[in-house]
Design a protein around this ligand. Structure first.
Ligand code: ATR
Length: 276
C-alpha cells in the first residue's frame, strides 16, 4: 500500500507542514503523500481510531491536541513522556502507534553547532518552554535558567526538570551577561499580538545567540532588538523545519535537507530574510 502521512490540528489550514513534507517526499523520490486533517475539538479519539483503521503511516499532531492524544496511542517514547505532549506519531513494525516529541530537539538542532558548556536562558515557562527545557536536559545541559513573568510557573518547571534555576524576568534582564544562548518562548511578538519585549537586552553577552521560537513574523521585535547588538539571531522557522525533519526521518529512515526548505518557507510566508 502507498504510504501516507498527515498532520492533525484545529485550526490546520495555515500549517506549513504539508508543503514541507510533500517537498521532501518529492526530493527523495518517496512514493507517499502528506495531508492536513482538521479535527473537531471533541472528535480526537474517533479521528485517531480512523487514522489507525485506515493504516496511516504516521502523523504530526499540532495545537490543541498534543497532550490530549496520549491516552489514544499504543505507547509513548521517552521524548514525549517527560513533557506529556506528542507532536509525532510513528507506526512501528508491529503496527503499534507510538508518540514522540521532536519539538525541543528540533529547536536545538536549529541552533546549529553549540557547546556543552553554554549557559542557557529560557524566557517563558509554558508548553513550548517545557519541550525545549526537557530536550536541553536530555542533551546534557543541566544548568538551565527558566525566567518567567509568573515566577511560580518557572519554579514548577525547574522542579519537574530536577535541575536548573527559576528566575523572574527582572533577574534575567539584570544578569543577562551570564548567558550564551537566550531563547524567547512566549507568544509575545507573534503577529497581531503584544509587540513588547519580555526583557531588555542591554546586558547581552558579546557572543550570545538569541533565538525566538515565533516564526510569524520572521523577525520578531525581540530579534529586531537583539540585532542591534550584533549577535547571532535565530528565528522560529528553523525549529519548525527541524522538528519536521526529525519526524520525517523517524517515518522514512532518511534525514531530509533542511536548508533549501527553510528558504522556500520563508518565501511562502512572505519574508526574504536570512538570519543564520
Ligand atoms: P505555549 O504553549 O505557547 O508556551 P503557554 O503555555 O500559554 O503557551 O505559555 C505562554 C508563556 O508566555 C508563559 O510563560 C507566559 O507567562 P505567564 O506564565 O506569566 O503567563 C508567557 N507570556 C504570555 N504573555 C506574556 C507577557 N505579556 N509578558 C511576559 N510573558 C508572557
Amino acid at each position: 500500500m502507498k504510504k501516507w502521512f498527515a498532520v492533525i490540528g484545529n485550526p490546520i489550514s495555515h500549517s506549513l507542514s504539508p508543503t514541507m513534507h510533500e517537498t521532501w517526499l518529492k526530493q527523495l523520490d518517496i512514493d507517499a503523500s502528506y495531508i492536513p486533517i482538521h479535527v473537531e475539538q471533541n472528535q480526537l479519539e474517533r479521528a485517531v481510531e480512523s487514522l489507525k483503521l485506515l493504516g496511516c503511516s504516521g502523523w504530526n499532531v499540532t495545537v490543541p491536541f498534543k497532550e490530549e492524544i496520549i491516552p489514544f496511542l499504543d505507547d509513548v517514547d521517552d521524548s514525549a513522556k517527560g513533557i506529556g505532549a506528542v507532536n509525532t506519531v510513528v507506526k512501528s513494525s508491529n503496527n503499534k502507534y507510538i508518540g514522540y516529541n521532536t519539538d525541543g530537539l528540533g529547536f536545538i538542532e536549529s541552533l546549529g553547532p553549540i557547546l556543552p558548556e553554554y549557559n542557557v536562558l529560557l524566557i517563558g515557562a509554558g508548553g513550548a518552554a517545557r519541550g525545549i527545557a526537557h530536550a536541553f536536559k536530555r542533551k546534557g545541559y543541566t544548568q538551565l535558567t527558566i525566567a518567567n513573568r509568573t515566577l511560580e510557573k518557572a519554579i514548577v518547571l525547574v522542579d519537574e526538570l530536577k535541575t536548573g534555576q527559576a528566575w523572574t524576568l527582572e533577574e534575567a534582564e539584570n544578569k543577562l551577561n551570564k548567558f550564551d544562548i537566550i531563547v524567547q518562548t512566549t507568544s509575545l511578538g507573534m503577529k497581531n499580538n503584544d509587540a513588547s519585549l519580555p526583557i531588555q537586552l542591554s546586558r547581552l553577552k558579546v557572543n550570545a545567540i538569541v533565538a525566538d521560537i515565533v516564526y510569524n513574523p520572521l523577525v520578531t521585535p525581540f530579534l529586531e532588538e537583539a540585532k542591534k547588538y550584533n549577535v547571532r539571531t535565530v528565528n522560529g522557522i528553523g525549529m519548525l523545519v527541524h522538528q519536521g525533519a526529525l519526524a520525517f526521518s523517524y517515518w522514512n529512515g532518511v534525514k531530509p535537507d533542511t536548508e533549501e526548505i527553510i528558504q522556500q518557507l520563508i518565501e511562502q510566508i512572505g519574508g526574504n530574510y536570512v538570519n543564520r
